[in-house]
Ligand binder design. Structure first.
Ligand SMILES: [Zn+2]
Length: 264
């Protein structure tokens, strides 16, 4: 084994610890605070937390996600060390990877894209987009930044319009449910956080790629939800409610963007 592979292995392990920490703490505290047990909320010591020990208060083991992240992150760091992204290079690629992982885990677990992470993403997105467009297209910093901003505005704008459309549909549905004497719910197909996420991805990908990335995200999301519905039908657990099951588009947009960004 090549000894230099220890570098992405160790960096990946540390990045995994950070992804787990951010995903545990941010949705609950909205800031980087002391680590807590996700089961009982008791504060954990840094040593216990970072060594992945069980909670001393409720004795619950760390979540399955913790271990999945702790294995997948070093594995992907080693992969991108060997086959670096042409657009991002190794250091920026690793930062983007960690950012995507945090957003994806929080979105899957809480159906939430937090504003602080979107704000951080906007800064990261502008840096990534500018560097990609000024380096690869060789057009200078200012033009690269322009391309990045244009992509951000486009991504945000398109999703904002779709979100408004979704709100209209939701309002119509709520009125129908009220008329039918049913309890209202707050189900929305496209969360407001997805709008900010699309803006961030637009900044990263720039004008030239955000259009295709969004399209791919919607197609991927559609295919997966179709398969999900099909599984429900086959298992005869289909009901009219299932049709309105929330589709977390965020992770699909991230997958689509990652396919563009991480090409070797
Ligand atoms: Zn506990």
């Amino acid at each position: 084994m090549d000894i230099t592979l220890l570098i992405p292995l160790i960096l990946g392990w540390l990045a995994g610890l950070f992804i787990n920490y951010a995903s545990d703490v941010l949705p609950r505290m909205r800031r980087f605070s002391e680590p807590v047990c996700v089961h009982c909320g008791t504060k954990a010591t840094w040593a216990d937390y970072l060594l992945l020990r069980s909670c001393r208060s409720c004795d619950e083991k760390r979540t399955l996600r913790t271990w999945i992240v702790q294995i997948l992150t070093p594995a992907s760091f080693i992969y991108f060390w060997l086959f670096p992204s042409k657009a991002l290079g190794i250091p920026l690629g690793m930062i983007v990877l960690v950012y995507f992982a945090v957003i994806t885990v929080i979105d899957l677990e809480h159906r939430l894209i937090l504003h602080p992470t979107s704000l951080f993403g906007a800064v990261l997105g502008l840096i990534v987009g500018t560097s990609i467009h000024s380096r690869i297209d060789d057009k200078g910093i200012l033009l690269g930044m322009g391309m990045s901003l244009l992509g951000g505005v486009f991504g945000f704008g398109v999703m904002f319009l779709l979100y408004q459309l979704g709100t209209l549909v939701a309002r119509f549905r709520a009125r129908k449910m009220k008329a039918a004497g049913q309890q209202e719910d707050d189900e929305e197909a496209l969360g407001g956080g997805d709008v900010y996420l699309a803006g961030v991805l637009g900044l990263m990908l720039g004008w030239s790629f955000i259009v295709s990335a969004l399209a791919w995200g919607v197609i991927l999301g559609g295919v997966v939800s179709f398969l999900f519905l099909l599984a429900l039908v086959i298992r005869r657990r289909y009901s009219s409610e299932a049709l309105l099951t929330f589709i977390p588009y965020g992770p699909f947009f991230i997958i689509a963007a990652a396919l563009f960004l991480f090409q070797p």
